[in-house]
Design a binder for this molecule. Structure first.
Ligand code: ADP
Ligand code: MG
Length: 358
């Protein structure tokens, strides 16, 4: 297992990049702790696979270094880095049995046959394929083949890190949950450094200790699910995480107040004069519907989603989402909203601004 350091790392697929826009991965400096389970979360095209492939050694970065436990591995091959990687689509040996596929990485490294047999049996059970171990991979469904790929990724206990690139895409929804649980327990039992790429926030938040959120080639925040919820460092984190995501509202801010279309909104902290695009971010959980005073809204629609209601409303011509309790009745005289001041974040050019305690 290893601590992974990304030192001054950046990557462009273009041989002579002209500017930042030509970089699929903008400059990164991070240390990822040994034995931690990370989810790499972001929309399609934001650079997740690029980063993962640089860590595994499939791709050489155009700038910077990767260190495992302080040792520079930038030029090392994937095999030398001692990493297991599972891809989005199955990679299996069709002519071999499921058992032989699972045994392959162990056999390759010259493991003891008795150990291989036991380990393969155990992994077969984890991926729910005990009964199919002696079948050839050829005739199996894509779903089953992907389970083999996953199993092969998990079979070695001595890897430095386990990397997964959207591995459950072709897996049916029920099995998805089951396999994610297995991966979690694998992490719990062996304490491997794990990096799990996904564009699905639920997957990221349930799998990982730490979620690394990427946006447009940048890591915009690394945090626990709670940190991402409470203090999104970037507006993207705010609206990408949460259902619905954080409301982002243009405002001006002076001292302990934000002004939204001439209406004063109280803040818990004070701010010096702010330059740039100023917005406040408030999660739907911390917006309350009232009959005034506050900011005037028009309710458009109420969606009952079980444990709560999502109220879709209009605030000065822009949509705003409000979360109401399941038992809360929404009445026509609720024409205003107010915010919990402690839960109002201030953003300048999309980045969180830390105010001063009053
Ligand atoms: P993600 O995995 O988050 O969907 P990728 O890392 O695959 O994102 O891609 C990041 C950016 O790099 C995208 O704009 C993509 O089009 C570009 N890209 C990915 N692979 C290549 C490649 N082999 N050559 C050129 N551009 C690429
Ligand atoms: Mg990808």
């Amino acid at each position: 297992m290893a601590e992974i350091t990304l030192d001054n790392l950046a990557h462009s697929y273009s041989p002579n990049p002209k500017g930042e826009g030509d970089f699929a991965l903008k400059e990164l400096n991070h240390v990822w702790s040994d034995g931690e389970a990370y989810a790499l979360l972001g929309a399609s095209g934001c650079g997740k696979s690029t980063l993962l492939n640089i860590i595994s050694g499939l791709l050489h970065p155009s700038q910077g270094r990767i260190l495992f436990d302080g040792k520079d591995v930038t030029q090392a091959t994937t095999a030398d880095r001692n990493i297991a990687q599972v891809f989005q689509f199955p990679v299996v040996y069709d002519t071999m049995t499921v058992r032989a596929n699972l045994a392959f990485p162990l056999k390759n490294r010259g493991a003891d046959p008795k150990y291989i047999a036991e380990r393969v049996q155990r992994i077969g059970a984890m991926i729910g394929m005990e009964a199919e171990l002696d079948k050839r991979a050829r005739g199996l469904t894509a779903d089953a083949k992907q389970k083999i790929s996953l199993g092969r990724g998990m079979v070695r206990e001595d890897v430095n890190a386990l990397l997964f690139d959207e591995p459950l895409t072709v897996i049916d929804p029920h099995m998805k949950w089951e396999l994610r649980t297995q991966l979690k327990s694998l992490h719990h039992d062996f304490g491997h450094t794990m990096i799990y790429v996904t564009h699905d926030q639920t997957e990221a938040l349930t799998f990982a200790d730490k979620v690394v959120v990427m946006y447009d080639g940048r890591v915009v925040q690394i945090g626990t699910p709670q940190e991402l919820f409470d203090t999104p460092q970037h507006t993207f984190v705010g609206y990408f995480i949460g259902s619905p995501g954080m409301n982002v509202i243009p405002a001006t801010v002076t001292g302990k107040h934000a002004i939204v279309h001439g209406n004063e909104v109280e803040l818990a902290r004070g701010y010096d004069a702010l330059d740039g695009k100023v917005e406040i971010g408030v999660r739907p959980e911390f917006v309350r519907l009232t009959d005034g005073p506050g900011l005037p809204v028009t309710i458009r629609r109420v969606e009952d989603v079980g444990r709560h209601k999502i109220v879709r409303a209009d605030l000065f011509g822009s949509p705003i989402n409000i979360l109401a309790g399941e038992d809360q009745s929404i009445s026509p005289d609720m024409t205003h909203i107010s915010f919990d001041p402690a839960r109002v974040n201030v953003y300048v050019n999309d980045w969180l601004k830390h105010g001063k305690a009053a």
